[in-house]
Write a protein that binds this ligand. Structure first.
Ligand code: PLP
Length: 333
């Protein structure tokens, strides 16, 4: 193991940083933490909210963001839509126009429901408001970044974070977060940003190709290699592969007489949630799939038994899905 204050460690960080920026489609800093996505959920509100956050909720993870906002002592209001629906631009912009808020949080890809909200359109509607530039747009892309189109700079987002273990197909333990100049400037005005996820401090270290605490060297070696693979495939091609896997999964789900849980037009490119309207035994299905070295996910929380989720992200290809569907066909008969 190399020491995390040795030049070799800085060389590794310096190799990873520009590749991450390409995947986030940004020229702004992408912070790196030895953490999972939840760490940046906390860091995001902690660094950018002075007045009040509007927490958009359409599933379990966006709900967690609302809980985290309150748990950090920040004033917040929850705007909730029925699970399975997307967050849409108009109602969000209408609420933000009140001037009460200085931040909004949303989960781009609600992993609990398989819904992808139209982040680009939401950001556009927000920036068109007279107070639009005062709103910090915080987007959780834990289960979608690198498997969905999320151009950070083009969409003028402020905080966009992800975890290593989802669409990046890396081991868990690393989290990445792009931060805009607007959000960095805002952080300077926010007291009690905390220590581990203080964006100003994290960015100071990043500029030296270091992390403020011990750098997770072994995970960064993995990230360095995987980012090379991602860029060799091409970011756009990788996203197109996810879109094709989404479309094929929807086709299979419908062909078996299941319905989709996600509102039409907002189906995630990385995870498909099917309604279990045939009332199959999902645990028995998984027991069978395990004998073939595969597994799908039961519904999340209250949706357990009522829905099931098929992940199609990271380094999976259409051929892997065909193997899965053949086994599921065999089980369903
Ligand atoms: N947000 C979403 C949308 C998620 O799917 C998850 C985890 O599945 C999280 C946040 C939490 O991420 P982590 O477990 O990496 O902290």
């Amino acid at each position: 193991m190399i020491g995390h204050r040795m030049p070799e460690s800085s060389d590794l960080m310096a190799s990873v940083e520009p590749k991450l920026q390409q995947v986030f489609m940004t020229s702004q800093p992408v912070l790196i933490a030895a953490a999972t996505g939840t760490g940046f959920m906390e860091g995001a509100v902690r660094n950018t909210v002075n007045k009040k956050a509007l927490n958009c909720v359409n599933g379990a993870f966006s709900q967690r963001m609302a809980e985290i906002t309150a748990a950090n002592g920040k004033a917040n209001e929850v705007y909730e839509v029925e699970w399975g629906q997307a967050i849409l631009p108009e109602p969000v912009a209408a609420r933000l126009a009140s001037g009460e808020f200085d931040a909004i949080t949303l989960a781009h890809n609600e992993t609990s429901t398989g819904v992808a909200s139209p982040v680009g359109e939401i950001a556009k509607a927000i920036r068109a408001l007279p107070n639009g530039n005062e709103i910090i747009i915080i987007v959780d892309a834990v289960s979608s970044l690198s498997g969905a189109y999320l151009p950070f700079d083009e969409w003028d987002l402020d905080v966009l974070f992800t975890s290593s273990q989802k669409a990046f197909a890396l081991p868990p333990g690393l989290a990445f977060c792009a931060v805009s100049q607007r959000a960095m400037d805002k952080a300077k005005t926010v007291p009690n940003r905390g220590f581990y996820f203080d964006f100003i401090d994290m960015n100071k270290f990043l500029q030296k190709h270091q992390t403020s605490a011990t750098t997770p060297i072994s995970l960064l070696y993995a990230a360095d290699v995987q980012l090379d693979r991602i860029l060799a495939e091409g970011v756009e091609a990788r996203i197109a592969r996810h879109v094709a896997m989404r479309d094929r999964t929807i086709e299979w789900v419908m062909s078996k007489g299941f319905q989709l849980f996600a509102a039409p037009g907002y189906e995630s490119t990385t995870v498909t949630t099917a309604v279990n309207n045939r009332e199959i035994d999902i645990s028995a299905l998984n027991k069978f799939l395990r004998t073939r070295g595969m597994i799908i996910s039961n519904g999340y929380g209250n949706l357990k038994g009522k829905t099931f989720r098929i992940a199609h992200m990271g380094d999976l290809h259409l051929a892997d899905l065909e193997t899965l569907f053949a086994a599921m066909d065999e089980f369903l008969g």
